[in-house]
Design a protein around this ligand. Structure first.
Ligand SMILES: Cc1cc2nc3c(=O)[nH]c(=O)nc-3n(C[C@H](O)[C@H](O)[C@H](O)COP(=O)(O)OP(=O)(O)OC[C@H]3O[C@@H](n4cnc5c(N)ncnc54)[C@H](O)[C@@H]3O)c2cc1C
Ligand code: FES
Ligand code: FES
Length: 486
């Protein structure tokens, strides 16, 4: 990784944009508004919650013949991550002779906007949805809007506008990217020539293009901040004014964007998005997919990663209870050396983990279901969508002659880091559903965790949830009901 460039190149509506000398922590939102005067994209919260800043980011598919678009919160993404990609803002939707995109036209006709501040973000989320789903269902529309807050209009006319827009048909809904394609192809051809981006102010943003180059870089710069989906780092930049001296970005490492089918497990690369993981596990583990569907919102999930969630190590991180109950393992790399570490050995304290200097998570190994294995999970939060857990509980087991066997139970929100609960597992292991009772579970909860109230929930509430979610899973095992709780 010895070549350097000070220029980030991306495509915007058929034009090649060259961002030179930009500070490596400048957000895409600020760049769009202040340098490119794309002021249709708004700043509401600057923390990924309101959706006023949603844009679409496009990337060439593997064949290099089409562009795949994903909605992202531009407030959380840093400009150098755009290198080699295409950007669509609300201004990109304009067609010849002032014609509006069908989503915009229907929003106007259905009275889907009042003050209008949220509207560009809503239009972009919906325009993103209809690129892949020409006739979305009501729940797909609701999900697409879960990261867009509108405080004036109410969602009924917005949902109706989406349904009306879809009457225009897929051809009309599709973004015109004929002028972008050749430029994106050119960027792909030229990309290996500029893997390291240097900022003008002395800080570095490194974007290696292979795992080996990433590992070598981290051995030389063990203090560098790893950047994956940027949904935590972007928050630290905006809200804590963090300005990491050295950032190393995983997004250009193609190996880390792959899922490998190992037969009995999936090896999920560190840069695979949660959106992709959600689809991957939907059939084998519907409850896991539902926890991921309620993780942030589509613009968060389209960049956020499992590895980032695990490394960040929040006590209320949502993927970890599921991964712990599934017996997931981490593939860690430090230079040439790799090792596998079960996730339940990873955390050493609150936001502390077993990673050594220069070591990183290369992939997460998620076992596929074995014969008779049942997996259940449910997240409880104050708001159903786009909210952080009070607690999330996940459990896997097999029923052998009516008795629970191979029980693995895990939580977030109860301890300094997400964890398994061996004493609760012991209460369930070997028993029939009728033999598992609230009193034994309550005693095991009291013996396992230190009672502490949190901002999001009191200990009384959390410990009741911890017990009742298990009782629900146990009860449903005995009645054969396995669908997710409403
Ligand atoms: C609006 C909003 C909603 C959210 N909702 C939820 C939610 O519902 N549930 C939930 O659990 N979280 C939620 N989060 C938190 C966040 O989205 C997740 O933690 C996400 O998985 C982080 O992944 P990332 O790829 O974006 O990480 P980044 O921000 O890129 O990095 C996060 C941390 O992990 C480190 N890191 C990243 N990749 C690696 C690697 N391969 N090896 C070692 N270290 C690495 C980084 O250095 C950094 O310290 C939300 C965040 C926002 C802003
Ligand atoms: S400004 Fe609110 S999500 Fe980006
Ligand atoms: S129209 Fe005012 S916030 Fe949505």
């Amino acid at each position: 990784m010895n070549q350097t460039s000070n220029t980030v190149r991306f495509v915007l509506d058929g034009a090649m944009i060259e961002a030179t000398g930009e500070h490596h922590c400048t957000s895409v939102l600020d760049y769009l508004r202040e340098h490119l005067h794309r002021t249709g994209t708004k700043e509401g919260c600057a923390e990924g919650d309101c959706g006023a800043c949603v844009i679409l980011i496009g990337e060439l598919d593997d064949q290099g013949t089409a562009v795949n678009y994903l909605p992202v919160n531009s407030c959380l993404q840093l400009v150098p991550t755009l290198d080699g990609k295409s950007v669509k803002t609300v201004e990109s939707l304009q067609r010849g002779q002032g014609q509006l995109h069908p989503v915009q036209q229907a929003m106007a006709e259905s009275h889907g906007t009042q003050c209008g501040f949220c509207t560009p973000g809503i239009v972009m989320s919906l325009a993103g949805l209809v690129q892949t789903v020409a006739k979305p269902t009501r729940s797909e529309i609701n999900d697409a809007l879960s990261g867009n807050l509108c405080r004036c209009t109410g969602y009924k006319p917005i949902v109706e506008a989406t349904q009306k827009a879809c009457e225009a048909g897929a051809d009309q809904l599709r973004l015109d990217d004929s002028a972008d394609l050749p430029l994106l192809q050119q960027l792909r051809r030229e990309r290996p020539a500029q893997p390291l981006l240097l900022s003008a102010t002395g800080e570095t943003f490194a974007a290696p293009t292979s795992v080996q180059a990433l590992a070598d870089y981290l051995m030389q710069h063990p203090q560098a901040t790893l950047l994956a989906g940027s949904t935590e780092i972007g928050l630290q930049v905006n809200k804590s004014f963090a300005r990491p001296q050295q950032i190393v970005y995983l997004g250009q490492v193609s190996e880390l964007r792959q899922v490998q089918d190992l037969g009995k497990a999936w090896q999920i690369g560190a840069q695979v998005s949660l959106t992709a993981v959600q689809s991957l596990v939907a059939q084998a583990y519907p409850d896991f997919a539902e926890v991921l569907r309620r993780f942030g919102s589509p613009p968060i999930r389209s960049t956020a990663t499992l590895a980032g969630n695990i490394a960040n190590g929040s006590p209320i991180g949502d993927s970890m209870p599921c991964l712990l109950a599934l017996g997931a393992t981490l593939l860690l790399r430090q230079g040439q050396r790799t090792r596998e570490l079960p996730l339940d050995k990873f955390y050493t304290g609150q936001k502390k983990n077993a990673l050594q200097a220069g070591e990183f998570i290369e992939a997460v190994l998620v076992p596929k279901p074995g014969p008779g294995e049942v997996f259940r999970a449910h997240k409880v939060s104050k708001r159903f969508d786009q909210d952080i857990s009070a607690t999330c509980c996940a459990m896997s087991y097999r029923l052998v002659r009516g008795r629970f066997t191979d029980v693995r139970l895990a939580y977030n929100g109860l301890a300094p880091s997400p964890c398994r609960a061996p004493q609760l597992e012991a209460v369930i292991e070997g028993r029939s559903a009728e033999e598992v009772n609230a009193k034994d579970l309550d005693q095991a909860i009291a013996a396992s965790f230190t009672a502490r109230d949190g901002l999001r929930a009191s200990w009384t509430y959390r410990s009741l949830l911890a017990r009742n979610l298990v009782l629900q899973f146990v009860e449903e095992a005995s009645t054969g009901i396995t669908e997710t709780a409403p």
